[in-house]
Write a protein that binds this ligand. Structure first.
Ligand code: SAH
Length: 347
């Protein structure tokens, strides 16, 4: 059986044409799944009955199921999905006061990057997700919005690729999934409203830039110098801070989109005045936005969130140095909605 969501729109059209059926049927199926939020071919009432059962024999629509659904009082909802091979991944719905509805998706089961403070990589990489598995997360999360229909704000408006895994290590699956996310027949989320967060793989950053789509890129820097960064991000030890910043500038030149540099703030490790000073020196004159993310503690790991005073001091130094800084507190941290924690929790 084929996974419907692993087929590109062209492949699905070809399936119909090969069987002597009109290719517009592909569009009908696609609209039922994304716009109509239908999970069974049987419910696609404008298709002939015989075709519905032929499709049901050939394709599965969902290969994953929701095994846990958590809601936080700030409106964040988190799903734990079980895939066909029993592996588990997480995806999240974030709501904010500006009526933004943001989905956070995963691209891999586990992660190979080994960032020392992050829950997702603690057990290494299990496997890449397929495109269909990435798209399924969008459909599952979109369904959470169903009950808001009366308020008319039931569509996902933004996407962040900040869940489990390193997105640029799985671009072959991610790019087709993002094509569906941005397509008017798919979710219709504008490319400018999609943020891809990477640990900083220069070759991947350049490949993404070549797509010529205005995705917003966020690069997890976490330190201004190679020695400290290599301690925090072991996978980055072959990649210098200089080469990451150079790739980020290329991205800006190619796409016209300013890159965000993420700086996870860890008490006593990278939050001291000298760290802030080095970052100012390093980034002077660059068109970057800095996102400071106070650490969200992971059970079992020794890292701590800095005090509010340390965070304010760090950010103050960056701003005095002329940098454009935002502080981002993770939503949903009380339900473990940050960073691969749910998959590791006891079920
Ligand atoms: N592999 C991608 C996506 C990871 S998650 C990347 O490295 O960017 C997105 C961001 O959350 C990254 O900046 C990551 O370093 C950060 N992060 C991971 N665990 C965290 C935690 N416990 N608290 C705060 N930020 C965390």
């Amino acid at each position: 059986m084929l996974h419907l969501l692993d087929q590109t729109p062209d492949q699905l059209q070809a399936w119909f044409v090969e069987r002597g059926l009109p290719s517009y049927r592909a569009g009908q199926v696609w609209r039922w799944v994304f716009g109509g939020r239908v999970a069974e071919f049987e419910q696609m009432t404008d298709l002939p009955r015989a075709l519905r059962s032929q499709l049901a024999d050939a394709f599965g629509i969902f290969t994953s199921r929701v095994v846990k659904h958590q809601q936080a009082d700030d409106g964040t909802e988190k799903l734990l999905l079980e895939l066909a091979d029993a592996q588990r991944i997480e995806c999240v719905l974030l709501r904010d006061d500006q009526e933004h509805r943001t989905i956070c998706i995963s691209t891999q089961v586990g992660c190979a990057m080994g960032c020392v403070f992050c829950a997702s990589g603690l057990d290494g990489l299990v496997r890449n997700l397929r495109s269909g598995e990435i798209i399924e997360q969008m459909l599952h999360v979109q369904r959470l919005l169903g009950s808001e229909t009366e308020r008319g704000d039931q569509r996902l408006s933004h996407m962040v690729v900040m869940g489990m895994g390193e997105p640029l290590a799985n671009l072959d699956a991610l790019l087709p999934a993002l094509a569906v996310a941005t397509s008017p027949d798919g979710l219709g989320i504008g490319a400018r409203r999609i943020t891809i967060s990477t640990v900083g793989l220069p070759a991947g950053i350049r490949r993404l830039a070549e797509q010529d789509r205005p995705y917003h890129l966020a690069v997890s820097l976490h330190a201004a110098d190679d020695a400290l960064r290599n301690r925090l991000v072991p996978a980055g030890s072959k990649v210098s801070v200089a080469s990451i910043l150079a790739a980020s500038e290329d991205y800006f030149e190619k796409t016209g989109r300013r890159v965000t540099l993420e700086y996870g703030l860890l008490a006593d490790l990278n939050d001291r005045p000298e760290h802030a000073g080095r970052l100012v020196t390093r980034l002077q004159g660059r068109p970057a936005l800095i996102n400071v993310i106070p650490y969200n503690p992971v059970p079992g790991l020794p890292y701590r969130r800095p005090t509010a005073a340390a965070t304010a001091r760090f950010v103050g130094t960056l701003r005095q140095g002329g940098l454009n800084v935002k502080i981002r507190y993770r939503k949903g941290d009380r339900i473990g909605a940050a960073c691969g924690q749910l998959r590791r929790g006891r079920q």
